[in-house]
Design a protein around this ligand. Structure first.
Ligand code: TRP
Length: 328
């Protein structure tokens, strides 16, 4: 069975964008692939974060994964920092990475600019972030990685590093392929549909969180930005708001954009938004019901379930790398 790795950074509550862009696809892939799915708490500290906020994010994120339908009898669910090897492989990979490639990453450019505007400095963790991510993937020798469109560049780096390990040390790491969903790989912000919906956006009205109060979630969708044409059709360039809502609708209902347009095209924007809100609320309400029934013990036993196996896989590939370098 092919192996897939995926993770989400623990910087906030999970969003509709996380669900559509990665969680949903993981759930669908659970029967076909061996999936390693984790909460990226180490990535969560690349920018300053309050420790109790981080703890809360990690625990809620794990519960949310399970509530969305991650089944630990199939999927290997874990917390990144609990498996020994992520930080270690990270270090080894820094020694074969180069600064230029890291500085060219779009996410680094955006985040470092924001950081230097705010604090006058750029944490080195921001620059190293993609190497840590490459380590997450190579530590399990994954063949595929489920990511949103914005992470594609980071995966390119992972592929380069895998090739470098293979050619320098005669290893045979897989060169992992990105698995990016056809619909919804990038869900946009609700009021500024030209930027990505993000769990760390300063304005919470840009984002639907999976644990949002249902009334508030509805309100956010009803007040999302559209345009003045009052006609429902898909045109990402000229109608980013309407196109984003169509994408959300299609992804949740698992139909094509054309099928959604066919269903919704005769509606005015108010009705259109109501229809989108209805499917979103139904999804959120299912997730939240499950979430509220889960205890901390449930999460703990979910994490314990495959821990030994996950660690033994990580050990296997760390050993290959350290031997390769001549460290052991
Ligand atoms: N960088 C990803 C994000 O923004 C999270 C992540 C960390 C990840 N390591 C990964 C995703 C490995 C896929 C594979 O959420």
């Amino acid at each position: 069975m092919k192996r897939i790795v995926s993770g989400i950074t623990a910087t906030g509550n999970l969003t509709l964008g996380n669900y559509i862009g990665s969680i949903k696809n993981l759930i669908k892939a659970q029967n076909e692939y061996e999936i390693f799915m984790f909460v990226a708490d180490l990535h969560g500290i690349t920018s300053p974060i309050n420790p109790s906020t981080l703890r809360k994010n990690v625990s809620e994120q794990l519960k949310t994964y399970i509530s969305c339908g991650i089944d630990v009898n199939k999927t290997k669910l874990f917390k990144q920092s609990e498996i020994i090897g992520h930080t270690e492989l990270f270090y080894y990979l820094t020694t074969i990475s180069n600064e230029g490639q890291l500085k060219r990453m779009t996410q680094y450019k955006d985040k470092s600019l924001k950081s230097s505007n705010k604090t006058n400095h750029i944490p080195l963790g921001l620059l190293m972030y993609p190497i840590l991510m490459a380590g997450d993937i190579l530590l399990y020798n994954a063949e595929g990685v489920i990511v949103g469109a914005d992470q594609k560049q980071h995966l390119e780096l992972t592929r380069d590093l895998a090739e470098r390990l293979n050619s320098r040390f005669k290893l045979n790491f897989n060169i992992p392929e990105p698995i990016i969903p056809k619909i919804g790989s990038k869900i946009m912000a609700l009021k500024t549909p030209t930027k990505k919906m993000s769990k760390s956006d300063d304005d919470i009205n840009e984002t639907v969180f999976l644990l949002d109060d249902l009334k508030i979630a509805r309100k956010k969708i009803m007040s999302s930005l559209t345009d003045s044409e009052n006609k429902v059709y898909f045109d990402e360039k000229n109608k980013p708001g309407v196109s984003n809502l169509l994408t959300i609708f299609s992804a949740i209902k698992e139909i094509t954009i054309e099928e959604s347009v066919e269903k919704l095209k005769d509606m005015d924007y108010k009705k259109f938004k109501e229809s989108v809100a209805d499917v979103v609320i139904e999804l959120l309400s299912n997730i939240q019901n499950k979430f509220n029934s889960l205890t901390d013990d449930d999460v703990k036993s979910a994490l314990d379930k495959n821990k030994l196996y996950i660690q033994s896989e990580a050990d296997k590939y760390i050993n290959k790398v350290t031997k390769g370098f001549g460290i052991r």
